[in-house]
Design a protein around this ligand. Structure first.
Ligand SMILES: *[C@@H]1O[C@H](CO)[C@@H](O)[C@H](O)[C@H]1NC(C)=O
Ligand SMILES: *[C@@H]1O[C@H](CO)[C@@H](O)[C@H](O)[C@H]1NC(C)=O
Ligand SMILES: *[C@@H]1O[C@H](CO)[C@@H](O)[C@H](O)[C@H]1NC(C)=O
Length: 317
């Protein structure tokens, strides 16, 4: 190959790479994500107030638009949070979230499932956590999973978002069935945990409630606690809406949490997340996930040799 060919190839490459830059914002390049199936279009949004109730900090929760949307607020007095009225054993759990603008170090917005209230010593948990930042706008997305009380091993992964999460609502989705757990952001899978590949830790399998909370995580959230919450910038207001909660429902009234569940409302047939589109990622979704993980993931517990002298076994599976 001649030098000329090389350099024209190189400039092609530069043009090609820069064509994937949609625009350059104040926080750097914003990338256009690959197109994927819109799983959230398969379900109907439900009013927040229909399926969620106050978890704590009721004075810092504001229902809006007749309960379709809600603001949850962290200020000097309190954080706040919502919890689902029912428990679910598998399902599709999605919310559109708009995060607080400005300086948000130490602030965490969590969208997660847990049963620690019922199983304090062997609980399951599936977490999205959005971690505020000391600089403007640069929120970090963290995912994590615990199964049957595996809290000694944090299985965190961290991502930068490819959009500004404070400007608009974006969808954060947990898909959980017996085949896999998938974390999706605007329908793009960012992480998949396949059931039969995790024989090394217990797959979350007991009914869980869904939570959305905003709270002060000064001790750890921003650069390991280097930047605590600065209440000069309070109140921190996160707006929530477009809740889609479909799954196998276990009424909370029954304190025995195992047993058979009821199918939730709007979908007739069988389990809404057991169909072909939900038990396995499509090729398009796999491409989307590889894009998210290659371009936007900057931390995985699997690579953290200073934290884990012995890397958890599923990392090498
Ligand atoms: C407000 O929500 C209630 C309960 O979901 C519903 O019955 C009512 O029609 C709604 N009102 C408006 C104006 O949308
Ligand atoms: C989960 O933990 C409980 C309590 O430690 C234990 O009895 C049970 O066998 C565990 N389940 C699985 C599937 O490992
Ligand atoms: C609670 O669930 C258990 C297990 O499925 C069932 O045997 C029991 O009858 C239920 N109790 C009530 C009050 O629904």
């Amino acid at each position: 190959m001649t030098f000329l060919q090389q350099s024209s190839l190189l400039s092609c490459f530069i043009i090609f790479s820069s064509s994937s830059l949609l625009l350059v914002s104040s926080r750097g390049p914003v990338y256009k994500p690959p197109s994927v199936e819109r799983l959230t279009d398969r379900f109907h949004p439900t009013p927040v107030s229909a399926k969620m109730s106050t978890f704590y900090g009721s004075s810092n929760i504001r229902m809006k638009n007749n309960g379709s949307y809600a603001d949850i607020i962290l200020d000097k007095n309190s954080g706040s949070g919502l919890v689902s009225k029912d428990r679910y054993h598998h399902g599709f759990f999605s919310a559109a979230v708009k995060l607080p603008m400005g300086v948000t170090s130490g602030v965490v917005l969590a969208f997660y499932m847990s049963n620690s209230d019922v199983f304090p010593h062997n609980h399951d948990e599936i977490d999205f956590e959005l971690l505020g930042h000391e600089k403007r706008k640069e929120w970090v997305l963290q995912t994590n999973i615990y199964g049957n009380g595996s809290v000694k091993t944090g299985r965190e992964e961290k991502f930068y978002l490819w959009f500004d999460p404070t400007q608009d609502f974006h969808q954060y989705t947990i898909l959980w069935n017996k085949h896999h757990i998938v974390f999706l952001v605007d329908n793009i899978p960012v992480r998949e945990v396949i059931h039969n590949q995790v024989s090394f830790f217990v797959y979350p399998s007991k009914p869980m409630s869904l939570y959305t909370t905003i709270w002060d995580a000064s001790e750890w959230a921003t650069h390991g606690g280097k930047y605590p919450v600065n209440y000069n910038y309070a109140p921190f207001v996160a707006s929530l809406g477009e809740f889609e909660i479909e799954g196998c429902l276990m009424p909370k009234t029954n304190s025995s949490t195992m047993g058979s569940c009821l199918m939730s409302s709007t979908l007739s047939s069988s389990d809404p997340v057991e169909g072909g589109d939900f038990i396995k990622l499509t090729r398009q979704q796999t491409v989307g996930m590889n894009w998210a993980r290659t371009k936007h993931m900057f931390y995985s517990y699997c690579k953290d040799t200073s934290r884990y002298k012995v890397i958890p076994p599923e990392c090498n599976a």
